[in-house]
Design a protein around this ligand. Structure first.
Ligand SMILES: *Cc1c(COP(=O)(O)O)cnc(C)c1O
Length: 368
């Protein structure tokens, strides 16, 4: 395979490394807890299902190439998140974390890490570039942040963190490896909840960590083996199959997000719209420089809760559901979960792959 393939080709072509006579599709699931294994043991040899599955190897090879590092797959985004935190922090260490990122990650830091004697400091993504990183062991970033869609400068922050002696981990779920490659910008670890756009069909939970340094990847891999947070064979197959269409899905999703953002921003029942693709958005300049495309998430603040409810109740194509990044357009009031600092009239919209004209007509009808 040429070394210089565009990521859009890589997601499709990466399986070509397999042998002649094998199927053209993603490798099928191998359901195995144990493998035939005789005599002395070589560490890399397939032996047991908690440390080896051929499906993981094939998918990790593609994800590693996309990320520019070594990838390790996990049972969920949270399993990947924990594997990028725990092995790199000890009691007494300081963790600086995006204070407006994924709420379950913040809860994990408070409920588990802080109670073990790790000092957790939260900093808003929009203010991260001025964060005090002195004495920091690990800097945890999320850009664009979920659900506020603020961005931070990964290259500048990675340089500052490294000067302070800290490692940098980036939750890249909202961007995906096709939208942004944090390892290339200096991050040490990247985390992805592949449950969202990477798998893309709302039918599987999955995650991965990718590391620039082989030693960090080995620590993450050992963590997976010690904790058993392994992905199942069927889930691995579904994610590998979904990955091939990631680029075409993202293209349509971003185009729909852009159209909906513009329609909603101009609507009298909408107070404000956040979408990094809008020229006036606070994230626009940085996203244009740092990302490939502006993504599929839109943050909508309606004039009141009644307008937010009308949008969720009366649209026919927009399903009220949590999560994001799937082929269906979905939306929800994030406030209903209680973990995000957003008002009840704020709705996070995840644009799907429906025809843009149908989505726009649906929204206009619902808000009329
Ligand atoms: C969903 C999500 C996660 C967690 O992923 P799960 O697969 O639900 O465990 C982590 N980070 C972000 C930004 C997410 O959106």
């Amino acid at each position: 395979m040429p070394a210089t393939l565009d990521p859009a080709s890589l997601v499709v072509e990466a399986d070509r490394a397999r042998a002649d006579g094998e199927p053209l599709a993603a490798p099928g699931p191998v359901f195995a807890s144990t493998y035939r294994l005789a005599g002395d043991i070589e560490p890399a040899a397939p032996g047991y299902g908690r440390s080896y599955n051929p499906g993981w190897q094939a998918l990790e090879a593609v994800l590693g190439r996309l990320e520019g590092g070594e990838a390790v797959t996990f049972a969920s985004g949270m399993a990947a998140t924990v594997a990028a935190l725990e092995p790199f922090l000890a009691p007494g260490d300081r963790l600086v974390m995006a204070g407006d990122g994924y709420y379950n990650t913040r809860r994990f830091a408070e409920a588990v890490l802080a109670r073990k004697g790790i000092e957790v400091r939260f900093v808003a993504t929009a203010a991260m570039v001025e964060a005090d990183l002195a004495g920091c062991r690990l800097l945890w970033l999320e850009t664009p942040s979920n659900p506020g869609l603020d961005c931070c400068d990964l290259e500048a922050l990675a340089a500052r963190a490294h000067t302070a002696g800290a490692k940098v981990a980036v939750d890249n779920t909202t961007a995906t490896p096709l939208g942004q490659t944090p390892l290339a910008l200096g991050a040490d670890l990247v985390v992805s909840a592949d449950t969202k756009a990477v798998a893309g069909h709302s039918d599987v939970l999955f995650g991965h960590v990718a590391a620039r340094e082989p030693a960090d990847a080995a620590a993450v891999r050992e963590w997976r083996n010690l904790t058993g947070a392994i992905p199942g064979a069927m889930a691995t197959f579904l994610v590998h199959r979904g990955l091939a269409t990631l680029d075409v899905r993202l293209e349509r999703m971003a185009r729909n997000a852009d159209r909906l953002a513009r329609v909603l921003a101009a609507h009298p029942r909408v107070e404000a719209v956040r979408y990094p693709g809008l020229a006036g958005d606070p994230s626009h300049a940085l996203a244009a420089r740092q990302m490939r495309g502006f993504g599929f998430l839109v943050g909508v603040t309606f004039v009141d809760v009644a307008a937010a409810r009308a949008f969720l109740d009366r649209t026919a194509l927009i399903t009220e559901a949590t999560s994001f990044g799937g082929v269906h357009t979905t939306a929800e009031q994030r406030s209903r979960w209680g973990g995000d600092d957003v008002p009840a009239r704020f709705v996070r919209l995840s644009a799907g792959i429906e025809a843009g004209d149908d989505l726009v007509a649906d929204v206009e009808r619902a808000l009329a």
